[in-house]
Design a binder for this molecule. Structure first.
Ligand code: HEM
Length: 131
């Protein structure tokens, strides 16, 4: 269960900003994110809300991750692995071990569900195209 005792808002900010700094420097993920995200401040604020809700239970996130990722062309399993590797590093760098464990676990589960959803969506589109 998310709980405000797990971490502070500052730690959530550090996690999100540290992670996306690494993403933007990454030679594979950086260009993908930069080609889809035109307002980085807004994306970072959305992601702070997401992680604040997921870790601290603040309920601020009002988004729809599945359709947004389904709309991105060319995602594949190795990209999700790379995303997770950078996320794990950013989470470990915060210095709050309980928070890092919970964040990594959640990220892995969301990544898996986004990846399965993505493949289902691609298969449905291919099916619709073939019909
Ligand atoms: C290959 C891996 C990934 C790529 C390339 C990717 C890319 C993106 C992009 C471009 C957006 C902005 C979409 C938009 O505003 O239209 C986004 C939003 C988002 N991503 Fe990812 N993402 C990846 C994996 C993940 C994972 C593993 C998580 C798990 C926490 C995640 C969580 C989110 C959330 C919560 C949003 C905001 C959705 C919303 O505004 O409704 N993403 N992602």
């Amino acid at each position: 269960m998310p709980t405000p005792d797990l971490c502070t808002e500052e730690e959530v900010q550090q996690l999100v900003h540290g992670f996306y700094d690494a993403v933007r420097r990454d030679e594979v993920l950086g260009p993908i994110f930069d080609s889809h995200i035109h307002e980085w401040d807004r994306h970072l604020a959305t992601m702070v809300d997401f992680w604040s809700s997921a870790l601290r239970g603040t309920g601020r996130f009002r988004g729809a991750p599945m359709p947004k990722h389904a709309a991105l062309p060319g995602l594949h399993a190795a990209l999700f692995q790379r995303w997770l590797a950078l996320f794990d590093e950013a989470a470990s760098a915060i210095g709050n071990r309980a928070m890092a464990e919970r964040a990594k676990d959640l990220a892995a589960r969301v990544a898996e569900s986004l990846w399965y959803g993505y493949q289902m969506n691609q298969a449905a589109r291919a099916g619709a195209g073939a019909a």
